[in-house]
Design a protein. Structure first.
Length: 89
């Protein structure tokens, strides 16, 4: 799954919160702030049911976040990720 999350999602612990949720779901991939200060990018791979749950969590975010939009797509997994990481731009 690839997703773009828009709203008040930078500077609110969103990446750390999503990494924790992804770890709980045994997903691999990454989460990263976008250059646009109102967006976070996510790539996640794993069980389809767990990806569904992560997508629901993207809409929720941590308590200090304000998620306005989640654009998510599914495609074949690359298998290149060993764990779920936080990236930086």
């Amino acid at each position: 799954m690839t997703a773009q999350v828009t709203g008040r999602v930078q500077g609110v612990g969103f990446r750390w919160w999503i990494r924790s949720r992804a770890d709980e779901l045994h997903l691999t991939g990454w989460v990263m702030n976008d250059a646009d200060e109102r967006q976070v990018a996510v790539v996640a791979e794993g069980d389809p049911d767990d990806l569904d749950e992560l997508e629901r969590q993207l809409w929720r975010g941590p308590g200090s976040a304000q998620v306005d939009r989640v654009d998510a797509e599914r495609g074949p997994a690359s298998g290149e990720y060993l764990r779920f990481e936080i990236g930086r731009r």
